[in-house]
Design a protein. Sequence first.
Length: 518
Amino acid sequence: MSEQRTPFYITTPIYYVNDVPHIGHAYTTIAADVLARHHRMLGDPTTFLTGTDEHGQKIQQAAAAKGLTALQLADQTVENFRRLWKVLNITNDDFIRTTEPRHEKVVQHIFSTLLEKGDIYLGSYEGWYCVPCETYVPEAQMGEGNTCPDCGRPLQKMTEQSYFFRMSKYEQPLLDYYEGLPEAILPRTRANEILSFLRGGLKDQSISRTTMKWGVPVPGDEQHVVYVWFDALINYLSALGYPEAGKPWETFWPVAHHLVGKDIIRFHSVVWPALLLALGLQPPKRVFAHGWWTVEGDKMSKSKGNVVDPFEMAERYGVDVFRYFLLREVPFGLDGDFSELALVQRSNADLANDLGNLLNRTLQMVEKYCGGQVPSAVHPEALDRELEILAGRTAEEMDRLLERFAFDEALKALWAFLGRSNKYIDENLPWNLAKEGNQERLDTVLRTLFEALRQAALLSAPFLPETAQRMWDQLGLPGTPEGTGRSPWSFGPLPQPVQVRKAGVLFPRVDLEQWKVE
Ligand code: ME8
């Protein structure tokens, strides 16, 4: 592919290290991984960043409760995230920790720059503070008995000297910026929420703390540490080597896509873009806020003991089944409910039946009727051409849908193609062709199915990387589907003789009767 491709930068939130990773973290990171793999296959220069948010009161308190220093706690829990991303086949190019010097020095640089510019100033702050959530809660939003509207815990009245970011100055510039950029915040409902929030007016933000010590020191005034959110957001730039000349941020900042949960959309589409405007940089190209997972209808929480462990899910059902379920079950952007029964049902119907059987039936026939050698000569008829055209159209449609992060719809398009391919077998009845001795027609049908499966492996690879590779190997194709990449679809002649290598089934069916008993 000689055409110039557009670079792509995708990020996840950096996760707090006071807790173990759960399906919520897995969800965002898997979605980002699918996009990164997809863009790499298209040949786009891609950078995929994840990491951990290690400063702040919450971490300090969690560490104290365990008799550890904050850094000791971070050093321990960061490994859970790294290990999970390995298990889930996450292909992040970088992993940033906010305690790394490469990050801290950029936070300080940005702080000093904005202080000098007058966009940061020293003031004092009095308010009701929620320690676990690390936010001041406006009086109008306080719950009964001065409690936090988010976590319900009692608020503390605090007064402190604080540095402020002059966010009010960026209210109109942000409204102007978002005007005419309908895809900068997605889904659309979230964009509307943000726009009406902006129209309600922006207040300057307190961005330093004197009440605790676990954070990046404010340069020149070490009584203060930088507020954890101000520190955390900067990771998206510090990881790219900002502000040094010749570093990746120059290429990748203009194509930054932030995937976040809906809980932190305001930080990403108001505070962060205002900060970027203050620095003379453009806001992220897109912030996508996905929905919230509940479990069997309930909010996930440690006290309820219903937190879904992604390690366990991957171990029990397979990594690809877990990846597939999360992205197929719920339209990206809406809330979803996790249930193992729904996962098993989807795995049986979509993966074992539709995909697994298509491969199995095809390879069996290639073995039985062609000695395992994929037929090279074809004499296509209308039905064959139709499937060939659909293979190309499915790729185009998936690309279009993934452009706006519609994972579930992209998978539906792929499954419509698999359904059509399965139906093609029933329409052509290859076993009858064999009986009739119509080898020419049989060859064409089996070759068409082989090509459909080759395309299915390429298109499913970002979602189901292990499965796509197993399909690729069984189809007898050299290398890897992801290494092969996505050149414009063509049926083409076989470059060399291909011998299929049928192996075990792709997805074992889970027996629902037995499963229920467990
Ligand atoms: O907020 N459903 O970190 P965090 C869906 N450190 N997604 C969920 C989820 C759920 N039930 N629970 C968590 C922070 N997530 C900050 C971010 S970024 C500069 C700083 C996912 O560990 C979702 O992506 O609390 C959410 O935004 C993120 O985890 C919050 O992770």
